[in-house]
Design a protein around this ligand. Structure first.
Ligand code: SF4
Ligand code: SF4
Length: 355
């Protein structure tokens, strides 16, 4: 086996499900798209704003020749479309049990930590065989990760802008090693998106404006992570979402029957709490213990509390727990955080039928 195959085998052995090699040539097509997005104000505040830096890997590592791309699956139980909770007021089965929904990726150990260690292990493996310089990326926004993954043959980009792999669907984390070592690039993956439009139709907020076009400011994934008050127009649409949104991924037929990867780092019983009352009143201790190790922890405790309070406001009228909720909301209306107080007031008004 050549070095490339040895690297792929090593990566697989340490839990990086898919690996591929791409040239570190500039991403000129992505540059055009990003410039148009910037002009229209459609860049997410969470992504790198310097487009040149993102699209010219040479700027990130002088002499860069190759991007080694990896995908790691994170689905922890079989995904069945019929289990999908919808996020509107009709999803009474979930709301009745006072539980909200957390995006799948945020229910397992924070992928940034998991993947960065694995990327470093791969670089060490390479260094023992060949001299080179390496730079690591896990969702920092500094490299166009999905375009790089497509170029490296890892998968294709769907109309919902997610990267899809053949075996694991779009339930994958992406990571890259940028290096000045030259490797033969792999062939780009074929485009297997059916262009069926289901993902675009499923988006509850209209964030997917058109195929491949997303307005991050309207995406619940962004909205449930912002620190200020949730804009009024999205509060009802949030339905039962506590953190993130999987709707456009759940809508895609390519995610219907995918392989479950079983990584020891991503265990099915990660105790992320979804009980809305517990979450709304969550103290620092529980936050540190339960959410800090996940990707839902990085925005802080009050973001999760605020979201849970918003979801409580979306409870259907006449629920048996209504009195308990009202008592809790009264308490929260005196919370030290202004955002929490304001959200509790809105939820109180909603649950008592004032709005
Ligand atoms: S994650 Fe949710 S809100 Fe965002 S584009 Fe997909 S369906 Fe729409
Ligand atoms: S739902 Fe249809 S259009 Fe959207 S990504 Fe999947 S196959 Fe493509």
């Amino acid at each position: 086996m050549g070095l490339k195959e040895d690297i792929k085998k090593f990566a697989e052995d340490i839990g990086l499900d898919v690996a591929g090699f791409a040239s570190a040539e500039p991403f000129l097509e992505e540059k055009k798209i990003l410039e148009q997005k910037k002009e229209k104000g459609l860049l997410s505040p969470f992504e790198e704003q310097d487009i040149e830096l993102r699209c010219y890997p040479e700027r990130l590592l002088p002499g860069a020749k190759t991007i080694i791309c990896f995908a790691m699956g994170y689905l922890i139980k079989p995904y069945r479309p019929e289990e999908t909770g919808r996020r509107d007021e009709g999803d009474k089965s979930v709301l009745k049990h006072l539980h909200g929904r957390i995006s799948r990726y945020a229910m397992v150990k924070d992928y940034h930590c998991v993947m960065i260690d694995k990327l470093k292990a791969v670089a060490e493996f390479i260094s023992e065989r060949k001299r080179g310089r390496f730079k690591f990326f896990v969702d920092t926004g500094a490299l166009p990760d999905r375009a790089a993954a497509r170029r490296a043959g890892i998968g294709w980009i769907g109309e919902n802008t997610c990267l899809f792999t053949q075996e694991l669907g779009s339930w994958v984390f992406l990571g890259e090693i940028l290096t000045d070592i030259e490797f033969e690039p792999d062939k780009p993956a074929p485009d297997l998106c059916d262009h069926c439009g289901r993902c675009v139709k499923s988006c509850p907020t209209g964030a997917l404006m058109a195929p491949f076009q997303i307005n991050p400011q309207r995406c619940l994934s962004y909205i449930t992570q912002m620190r200020s008050s949730i804009p009024e127009e999205f509060r009802r649409t949030m339905g039962n979402s506590i953190f993130g949104c999987d709707t456009c991924q759940e809508a895609c037929p390519h995610n219907d029957s995918v392989r479950i990867p079983h990584h020891p780092e991503f265990v099915p019983d990660m105790p992320a709490i979804t009980n809305l009352m517990e979450l709304a009143a969550m103290g620092k201790g529980n936050f540190e213990k339960i959410f800090k190790p996940t990707a839902a922890g990085w925005r802080g405790r009050n973001v999760l509390r605020r979201n849970a309070i918003c979801v409580l406001g979306n409870m259907v009228k006449g629920e048996t727990d209504k009195e308990k909720i009202i008592l809790l909301l009264k308490k929260l209306m005196d919370d030290p955080s202004e955002v929490i107080r304001e959200q509790a007031e809105w939820s109180m008004a909603r649950i008592t039928g004032l709005i």
